[in-house]
Ligand binder design. Structure first.
Ligand code: AP5
Ligand code: MG
Length: 214
C-alpha cells in the first residue's frame, strides 16, 4: 500500500508516519528529512537548499523529485510519502514514477489542523538526535530522565525553521502551493480527511480507519 500524508507544517505527518512504519512495516519517505540529511552531511545540494529551507520556502521541484525517484528505484512499495508531493508538478511526477513501477497510490490522507494549534505545536517540538523520534514540550514531553523512549539517546535538537518568521512563510507556501493538491486528489477519488487536532492515538485510529477503507 502506498499513501501520502498531506497537511500543513506541524500537522503530525512525521509523528503518524513513524507509527505506520512500526505497525505496518511501511517505508517512510520524508523529503524534509532527506533534505536535512543532505545539509548535515554537507553535500553540494545540501548547501544550496539550506537557506531556502531556513526561510520556510519550498525547494525546487527538480531537487525533491530527484530525491524521491532515487528512493523508489528498486523499491517494492509500501511507501508513506511524508511532505511530498507539495506542488501539482510533484504530484504529477509521483503519479508517473509509480506508474513506471507498476504501482498505484492507494490513499491520500489530509490531516486537518487549524493554524493556531500548528504554531503551538511547532514552537514546542524537539527531535531525538539519535533516532529522529519527535517530542513536544506540551503533548509528548521528553521523559524526566532525559533519555529517548525509542533509542535511549540523551541529545535532542530543535529545527532551524521552527521559528515564528519561517513558520509564517511555511504556512503561506502550504496554502499557495500545496493545498491545491487537496482538490487534485479529491477529484481522483483518493482523498480521506482526518481530524489532526485530536490526541496522537485518536489521529492514528482515524488514519487506520481510512486505510482500511482504501
Ligand atoms: P518538512 O520537514 O516536511 O516540514 P513541514 O511540512 O513543515 O512539516 P513538519 O515536519 O514541520 O510537521 P509534521 O507534519 O511532520 O509534524 P510532526 O509530526 O513533526 O519540510 C521542511 C522544509 O523542507 C520545507 O519548508 C521545505 O523548505 C523543504 N521541503 C520538504 N519537502 C519538500 C517538497 N516536497 N518540496 C519542496 N520543498 C520541500 O509534529 C509537530 C509537533 O506536534 C511535534 O512536536 C509533535 O510531537 C506534535 N504533535 C504531533 N501530532 C500531535 C497531536 N495529534 N496532538 C498534539 N501534538 C502533536
Ligand atoms: Mg515532519
Amino acid at each position: 500500500m502506498n499513501i501520502i500524508l498531506l497537511g500543513p507544517p506541524g500537522a503530525g505527518k512525521g509523528t503518524q508516519a513513524r507509527r505506520l512504519v512500526e505497525e505496518r512495516g511501511m517505508t517512510q519517505l520524508s523529503t524534509g528529512d532527506m533534505l536535512r540529511e543532505a545539509r548535515s552531511s554537507g553535500t553540494e545540494m545540501g548547501k544550496r537548499v539550506a537557506a531556502v529551507m531556513d526561510r520556510g520556502e519550498l525547494v525546487t521541484d527538480e531537487i525533491v523529485i530527484g530525491l524521491i525517484a532515487e528512493k523508489l528505484e528498486g523499491g517494492g512499495g509500501g511507501f508513506i510519502f511524508d511532505g511530498f508531493p507539495r506542488t501539482l508538478a510533484q504530484a504529477d511526477a509521483l503519479g508517473a514514477l509509480l506508474d513506471n513501477m507498476g504501482q498505484r497510490l492507494d490513499a491520500v490522507i489530509e490531516m486537518r489542523v487549524d493554524d493556531e494549534a500548528l504554531v503551538a505545536r511547532i514552537t514546542a517540538r524537539s527531535t531525538c538526535a539519535g533516532c529522529g523520534e519527535v517530542y513536544n514540550d506540551i503533548s509528548r514531553p521528553i521523559p524526566a530522565d532525559g533519555t529517548c523512549v525509542k533509542c535511549g539517546a540523551t541529545e535532542f535538537t530543535r529545527r532551524a525553521d521552527d521559528n515564528a518568521d519561517s513558520l509564517r512563510q511555511r504556512l503561506m507556501e502550504y496554502y499557495k502551493k500545496t493545498s491545491p493538491l487537496i482538490g487534485y486528489y479529491h477529484a481522483k477519488g483518493q482523498l480521506s480527511v482526518v481530524d489532526g487536532l485530536g490526541e496522537i492515538d485518536a489521529v492514528s485510529a482515524e488514519i487506520k480507519a481510512a486505510l482500511d477503507k482504501a
